[in-house]
Design a protein around this ligand. Structure first.
Ligand code: 13P
Ligand code: SF4
Length: 359
């Protein structure tokens, strides 16, 4: 490191990028060089090293959602995945401390499944527009309005809401969960678009709530048609939190991990992932030769999590996520019911609606 960049690092409060760190981190940089600019690496590398050292010291594991930035996803995460995978892995974690690199509802889910472990989130304000769209009281009112109709709740909700529910679901198992109940009608909360997309794949009547993901609701069918016009052979993958007309235009719809598996297994020449934009970077690092067109819709909540905040979280053991034990017991039952009901389905194959239809 030059004297000038040492001074810049000291002035900004950033950790120092020493020649030793540069050497130790070089193999990792090789893996992410196509998605992290060289000029940014001297900032990330010392944090990655410090976090990984402290993780070992504190017997901590880092669970990171697929939307985390590449330096987190590839640099410090021990377990990565979609919401279902993270929930399942959280139930199996063998560590004293879980650091959740994702949003608050994910950390709460980890706490529900690990009541005796310390669960930390590097920024307590990392929320979610879907989780904010509904309260436990709203669910009680819905139950009064629709007596006897089971409540299927997307994991993107608070523990209070999960506690009022019969079973949870994620984008990768929603159809399976709805059908597992063996009823004609379900309440599916809070994501209206996920509910509408599921309704197209089942005969069960779905009563939806009006929550929306602020990232996915911004995509339009016209945008997808424009991608196809500019890139005639492009493969379009969409998340089911997108409006139904967007999902209709896609070649494949599935959870974040289902989309990742699609790209890894089928290696399309050109692809657009209609979802939060860090995910394309994370997959691109592992799939050379695939050309990603990247619409940049960022989730402001996911982006609250940064390397300096993760390090601070481990150093100070903050912010700790807690759930009232009475709420936790009922919310845990909904999450566990989902884990039990969701068989390890070949997700990419089952959700590939358009390709199946044309096969
Ligand atoms: P999945 O990773 O379960 O597909 O969820 C996407 C999402 O928006 C998480 O906040
Ligand atoms: Fe919530 Fe959407 Fe952000 Fe996921 S991407 S955390 S659903 S706001």
């Amino acid at each position: 490191m030059t004297t000038t960049s040492k001074t810049a690092a000291a002035e900004s409060g950033a950790l120092e990028y020493t020649p030793e760190i540069a050497k130790e981190m070089a193999p990792l940089y090789e893996r992410v060089a196509n998605v992290i600019p060289e000029i940014e690496w001297p900032f990330h590398a010392p944090y990655i090293k410090a976090i990984n050292d402290l993780k070992r010291e504190k017997n901590a594991v880092i669970l990171a959602h697929n939307y985390q930035t590449p330096e987190i996803f590839h640099g410090v995460a021990d377990i990565v995945g979609d919401s279902l995978q993270l929930a399942k892995e959280a139930a199996e974690v063998d560590a004293d401390v879980i650091v959740q690199c994702g949003v608050h509802f994910m950390a709460e889910t980890s706490k529900l499944l690990n009541p005796n472990k310390t669960v930390l989130i590097p920024d307590m304000k990392a929320g979610c527009s879907l989780a904010a769209s509904i309260t436990g009281r709203d669910v009680r009112l819905l139950r009064e309005k629709y007596p006897g109709v089971p409540v299927v709740t997307y994991v993107n909700t608070s523990a209070d809401v999960k506690a009022e529910s019969d079973i949870c679901c994620t984008s990768s198992n929603a159809v399976q969960i709805v059908e597992s109940l063996g009823v004609d009608r379900v309440l599916m909360i809070p994501d209206e678009y996920l509910a509408l997309n599921v309704a197209k794949q089942t005969d069960v009547e779905i009563i939806a709530w009006h929550g929306r993901c602020e990232v996915h609701e911004r995509f339009s069918a016209e945008e997808i048609r424009n991608y196809r016009e500019g890139h005639p052979n492009i493969i379009v993958l969409a998340h089911p939190e997108c409006p139904p007309e967007v999902v209709e235009e896609a070649d494949f719809a599935g959870s974040t991990s289902a989309m990742i598996n699609y790209v890894k297994e089928r290696r399309p020449r050109q692809v657009v992932m209609v979802t939060e934009c860090s995910m394309s970077d994370n997959v691109a690092a592992e799939t050379p030769g695939v050309d990603f067109i990247r619409p940049c819709n960022l989730c402001p909540h996911m982006k609250r999590i940064t390397l300096p905040k993760i390090l601070h979280s481990l150093q100070t053991m903050t912010d700790e996520v807690t759930v009232d034990p009475i709420v936790a017991e009922r919310a845990r039952a909904s999450v566990e019911a989902m884990i039990e009901a969701s068989a390890p389905a070949p997700i990419a194959a089952t959700l590939d609606h358009r390709l199946q239809a044309s096969a």
